[in-house]
Design a protein around this ligand. Structure first.
Ligand code: SPV
Ligand code: MG
Length: 432
């Protein structure tokens, strides 16, 4: 029997896959080159089913005699190893980003007289539509909570964007771009104290209480499925913090980040312009330990935020605190800096990388925003939080609209910068 090679992700098996595999069966024994989790993550999104689970499903489809890992979109390496008589693929790769991959396949299999067979793309199957429908079904608190840790340990960087209400939550959930054939999106949401407070017209001084913060979090939980990291400010009194941890974990939040400051908290980006008092290492370590003991599962992450570089306490202090907090069992370290040149962060990472015991490292590159994801990942950073950009971009747009209406005595001029009425009416499905 001749062999037929078919590469696929098979994350959600649909009739399109079966059409391709049924066709392949007519040509011989099928070897499926199953995209590894990293490949799927690289060009699309975090796989819903992991490699071994997908392998089990695919192995049981009629005609499939073996499943091998396909660890890039480029099939050449596997083809040279397996020398199949046929390669089967949907005919949707003749144009666009996959065109080059197709040409490489044809050139390679020619070497042993192999043939490419193309199956018409199955109409009516839209994987992105299936994805959307899955998102509509929603998630459970447990699945959502776990997903951050899974991402951190399988993908770099984990890319997080600020959300401060249901609408911005949806923006983080749904915004996608396609670059070089790969889909890029955010991995989760940051519930910033600055943005949550600002959206409520209040200063970022721990004035917006937990009940109010929980309302925001609930609004976001209701309409999204991606993991959520909550900015827990200082975490408050240890006796209160343990309740906060339990509440957030129960809701399905994935992580809380608390900063090692005490007293009236001021936003870190003021730096030393305002009084910023750091907690003692001992007391803050007690808070981390108490939080860890309060949670029900280790899937909920308690992340320590070091404010030494913000408060002017210096690099040695930041490094010592990182060591102490790791010893206390923290699940991650967030190092904050307000310097524009990024040098502090580079130096901190250099020293951090020498640690024997490390936990995932998190940054908020608001001030040193020239640094790319790639540069930050190369420094050893796992999670990048874009902490305030949706509210910062929305506010000037709204003020301009308000001014334009005043200046013109009507809204016609402002409306060119507004989304059409039809669009806002249908933006959120279910309104008709
Ligand atoms: C926030 O977003 O509220 C933060 C990050 O705590 S920062 O504003 O940079 O302090
Ligand atoms: Mg904050």
């Amino acid at each position: 029997m001749k062999t037929v090679y078919v590469a696929m992700s098979a994350d959600i098996i649909h009739q399109g896959h079966l059409n391709v595999l049924n066709k392949a069966r007519e040509f011989g024994d099928i070897i499926v080159g199953l995209h590894t989790d990293d490949v799927i993550r690289g060009y699309w999104r975090n796989p819903i089913m992991k490699y071994e689970e997908r392998k089990e499903v695919v192995s049981n489809i009629k005609g499939v005699v073996s499943v091998v890992p396909q660890d890039s979109l480029d099939q050449v390496e596997n083809l040279i190893k397996l020398k199949p008589k046929y390669v089967l693929h949907g005919d949707d790769w003749k144009e666009g980003s996959q065109k080059e991959l197709r040409e490489k396949v044809i050139a390679t299999i020619k070497g042993w007289g192999g043939e490419l067979v193309e199956v018409p793309y199955t109409k009516g199957v839209s994987i992105s539509k299936l994805d959307e429908e899955l998102a509509q079904i929603g998630t459970t608190p447990e699945i959502r909570m776990k997903s951050l840790k899974e991402l951190i340990y399988s993908k770099k960087p984990v890319r997080i964007l600020e959300a401060h209400n249901g609408l911005t939550g949806l923006i983080v959930e749904k915004t996608r771009v396609k670059i070089g054939g790969k889909i890029k999106e955010f991995d989760g949401m940051w519930i910033s104290s600055l943005c949550d407070s600002t959206a409520k017209g209040k200063p970022d001084i721990e004035l917006v209480d937990l009940t109010s913060r929980l309302n925001t979090i609930n609004d976001i939980l209701e309409v999204t499925t991606k993991p959520i990291i909550v900015d827990g400010d200082t975490g408050g009194q240890i006796e209160h913090f343990v309740y906060t941890v339990k509440t957030l974990e129960r809701l399905g939040v994935s992580a809380i980040i608390i900063e090692d400051k005490i007293g009236l908290k001021k936003n870190s980006l003021f730096g030393t312009e305002v009084e910023q008092t750091q907690d003692t290492i001992e007391h803050f370590s007690d808070k981390i330990r108490a939080g860890r003991e309060a949670r029900v599962t280790s899937d909920f992450m308690i992340i320590s935020r070091i404010e030494s570089l913000i408060a002017g306490a210096g690099m040695d202090d930041a490094v010592n605190r990182a060591k102490a907090y790791i010893e206390s069992g923290t699940d991650g370290i967030m190092i904050h800096s307000k310097e524009k040149d990024g040098k502090e962060i580079i130096e901190f990472c250099r020293r951090y990388n020498e640690f024997e015991i490390k936990v995932p490292l998190i940054v908020v590159p608001t001030s040193y925003n020239f640094m790319t994801e790639e540069e930050l990942v190369n420094l050893g950073i796992s999670v990048i939080i874009h902490a305030n950009h949706l509210i910062r971009s929305a506010y000037p747009a709204m003020v301009n609209t308000a001014k334009s209406i005043l200046e013109n005595g009507r809204s016609k001029e402002a409306s060119v910068n507004c989304m059409p009425i039809k669009e806002i009416l249908t933006l959120i499905p279910g309104g008709m």
